[in-house]
Design a protein. Structure first.
Lengths: 216, 216
DNA sequence: ACCTGAACACCGTTCAAGT
DNA sequence: ACCTGAACACCGTTCAAGT
């Protein structure tokens, strides 16, 4: 059932997942889904956790010497899963019993942070910040244009170039930032953008750990 | 109209904003809303930008010597707006013409980053990372429990303590991270959590700027 | 124990008709 | 130019009835 739900979501976006469509795909009646799930909210939570099962599996092979490296790779696996699933961000990591894999993932990230030797509060904050960042960026990147691209109406390059052109047409005195980044934006790679911000955060985390190790 | 829409969203959450409820509040018919807005999506985009108007106003007074300080304060104003409006994260910063304030906010953040003297690509990445982080964390924090709290069913403290208890009951060998942070989680302050992660990212950004200034 | 599908309440959107 | 509200297609959810 969850395979079917994730399939519908991946193929045609969040609006394609209806009880009727899911029942049709499974070859059953609308009502029978309610035997396994109590609401659409729970269906989406369980679908999210179903995706996290794969994320968890893929991130289990990272056991390097540097905990920061492990964190980077673990975060990137999650990013890969959320990048084209904007719905995932809104439903995972709800502290509910129907999301055991999300909790395990949180624990995994946390264990890498633990190796940095920070205090409990800093450890809690750092692990939450990393996951929050991944979700935030992925939600940002997987928005409206993506939906139109799913329907094949707009190509990504054209969309970016169009937005960049609009920025270039603005007054440079008033919009120096948009002018500076217009070229970068038009040709940017989403994964690069994600990685850069992640590295900023991980650099800050490494700095915090070093400071603490020096007893500051 | 947008005041009415934001009012409904703030009072009873995203599901309370329906065309019928909005029409009733405005004392008109359902169809008349379509004279001003072409779809519910656009209504939410404009409502989001309506909120951003206030965010923009509040963040205009930051002009300190340290661009990083400006960034921190500008980010915190946005956080304050999104914290209790989980719907905002999904609708703002779509590069559409109906969101001029979001674009202005992006420019504002970007101008502070520009003062750090990085290259165009790093500038683009840093500004996007900061905003992505704010949205991600705020979306994380403003989830399900908040909705139940809106209905007055669960108090925040009880909810956190309950989750922490569930973590404490797990095997400590297998879940060292959750055991380490259970106490912190039970008593944590959302704004503290947000600020800590933001500072990690800003520390990393400062480091990057210093490296570049030294010509590395 | 598990499934069915008609029925219900509600939603976004359209549109002929009004002022 | 702006508003009205019935009508339409569709949705999540319920439930009496089936196996």
């Amino acid at each position: 059932m969850l395979d079917g739900a994730v399939g519908l979501l991946d193929e045609d976006g969040e609006s394609a997942l209806t009880f009727r469509a899911l029942a049709a795909r499974l070859g059953g009646g609308v009502g029978s889904i309610y035997w396994y799930v109590s609401s659409k909210d729970e269906l989406l939570e369980r679908a999210a956790d179903h995706v996290m099962d794969q994320v968890l599996f893929e991130s289990e092979r990272f056991h390097g010497d540097d905990p920061i490296d492990d964190l980077r790779q673990t975060a990137m696996v999650l990013y890969g899963a959320v990048e084209h699933r904007p719905w995932l961000g809104s439903y995972f990591m709800r502290n509910s019993s129907s999301q055991p894999n999300s909790l395990r993932y949180y624990e995994r990230v946390g264990q890498s942070v633990l190796r940095l030797g920070l205090g409990p509060r800093e450890t809690f904050h750092a692990a939450s910040a990393i996951i929050g960042y991944v979700i935030g960026i992925a939600a940002d990147l997987g928005q409206q244009p993506t939906e139109e691209m799913l329907r094949g109406e707009v190509k990504r390059d054209e969309y970016l170039e169009q937005a960049a052109d609009a920025w270039r047409a603005l007054d440079p005195e008033e919009w120096p930032f948009l002018h500076t980044i217009a070229d970068e934006f038009a040709t940017h790679d989403d994964t690069d953008q994600f990685t850069s911000g992640l590295d900023l955060m991980l650099d800050g985390l490494r700095l915090q750990a070093e400071r603490r190790a020096r007893g500051e």
